[in-house]
Design a protein around this ligand. Sequence first.
Ligand code: CDP
Ligand code: MG
Length: 720
Amino acid sequence: MPSMAQAGVKDSTGSNKPNSKFPNGYVNSFARRQKIIQQRKSLPIASAEKRLVEEVKKNDVLIIVGETGSGKTTQLPQFLFNAGFSRDGRSIGITQPRRVAAVTVAKRVAEESGVELGQRVGYSIRFDDYTSSSTRIKYMTDGLLLREALLDPYLSRYSVIIVDEAHERTVHTDVLLGLLKKVQHARSKSGNDHIHIDNKANNGTLAVAEKEDGSQSASLFKKCQGRKFLPLKLIVMSASLDAHVFSEYYSGAKAVYIQGRQFPVDILYTLHAESDYLEAALITIFQIHLEEGPGDILVFLTGQEEIESVERLVQERLRQLPEDSQKLFTVTIFSSLPSEQQMRVFMPAPVGFRKVILATNIAETSVTIPGIRYVIDPGFVKARSYDPVKGMESLIIVPTSKAQAIQRSGRAGREGPGKCFRLYPESEFEKLEDSTKPEIKRCNLSNVILQLKALGVDDIIGFDFIEKPPRAAIIKSLEELFLLGALTDDCKLADPVGRQMSRLPLDPIYSKALILANEFNCLEEMLITVAMLSVESIFYFPREKKEEARSRVKCFSSPDGDHLTLVNIYRASDEFLEKRNMGPGKDKREKIMRKWCKENFINSRSLRHARDIHSQIREHVEQMGFCVSSCGDDVLQFRKCLAASFFLNAALKQPEGTYRALASGQVVQIRPSSVLFQAKPECIIFNELVQTNHKYIHNITRIDYLWLTELAPHFYAVQN
Ligand code: CDP
Ligand code: MG
């Protein structure tokens, strides 16, 4: 990862004063510090500090289970730091399944420790790194630690790794648990006698070459043979009582429990099933606001689009209320929200106001927001689902599990008795699955398989997963990687394509698209496309202005499809900034940009995020020696490159106007928001399949059917 640490930690005045500035008006006052000290002392984990440190010293693997909000994520790393676990220059690494959690928690812990973010306490997530050589407590996503392993297979710069939120069982967490088992074994096998510590070597890495050992892990750590390492402590933290799964996986590792504080929560159900859960959520928000006592409201929704639409509707309805009832303050939190805005959820509402937090399942366990007394749970979550036979991954909105519903209602009882409004009848609760299926069992595995291959793990089926993914899914992903040219026909990492792909922090299909675009001379267009495809909902169509928005967005539309439309939007925003950029500061530029976005019905949050991602991947490909050039007016070239890249997602029009995906045979429809919805070309490639009542495809480009056999003969010449 390129390090932005040095640039990132300075504030605009160049001041080094600790805590001189916190986002959104956090002021470093004496009163605030006192309050933080008080808050820390009152956390359930505070009284367990000594015991926890002792347990970590005694056990190489420790499982810690504790109620959400008990202080695990923010406090344990500080306890370990204070106990000297990073005294030798190594770091304490804490992984989070979600970017939002890594960022908000790192900010909070930096503030608690009274240090500037990016110094002793930092975070690192894909496309954003706030660490420096002095960072000792490092929050990061689980996916990022996996990437770090590519460069440092023994994770030698860490003395302790805490896998947090392990109950979420994301695919990255599961792979990491397996990898860490191997790393720990290899590091302890390498023995720690005669270890020479050289802090200067490799940015604080303590591994120093000695004699050969570690035969067990030879295949995994080829590059590091013959080196010796200090042992690694591993801590697995979980919010729910599934400790035995982790304990068994680590040969009976000890589990400790932190007693949480949970007040009673009244659970209320609806009498009948609700046909429109957003409307039901809105009604409930206002019912609580107007009829219930003080306390903030947490609403669980499934994604950015729902959250933003409910936010607008709340504002609208609020305006219709008498002035003294208008004191409702909305904040939102979801994973793609820019990090400064994520922090807003922690701000108290203005005096006399009630806060409504509109959140995705992030707020189930990943972030703990104080002040909540009411929870509204429509009972749905957006989840990945994968069909290994068809090789199709999709995001679908599904009912939560019982465990999730219980976790959600628990959020209302952290500080006092609370209420949870489940927007479904009680009989439905009984029908829910007990717990959520681990993601590894329901997702496309290409990404992690490519990374494991790059780490030298050749036998994927034999890899010691905490829970084995379906064999069919492994085979399908191996096949996909082979078709993309990342693996050779004997399933080894192909050089250079596979290796290059594993280095890029993107889905293999997008990494391959960039590599191809370099050959097709349209890397500039593809970088923009990949960046724009990496964010959720670039458009922002308010319900009441749908028609106006549609016609406005038309001026960016390309008759060739959504990919070029996205490129046009990005370039238009670039041009606009260039024209206006007569030296205004960053804030002013952002304000101008927001105005432009509003006028053009573009989601400014998403566009800004895409611009960040763009500059980061651009840096990556430049480091790989690629030259970023444009195909100019030759859009045919770009469309051919899209066809060559996304040939696995090609579809042909059927007589009745639907499409048949060629690789899977599925019948799909173009989503109405696509610029090709009306035109319905004969042959297309697409990037996204969303399954609601229909199977909708989105992000589509018109291609020529014959290109497929020309550009992907290894797939189409044989099949058709
Ligand atoms: O990890 P766990 O759920 O056990 O708790 P935590 O994330 O360490 O949070 C402990 C407490 O810190 C929460 O109850 C919040 O009151 C506070 N906190 C905060 O105010 N701001 C943050 N960004 C994170 C935590
Ligand atoms: Mg936590």
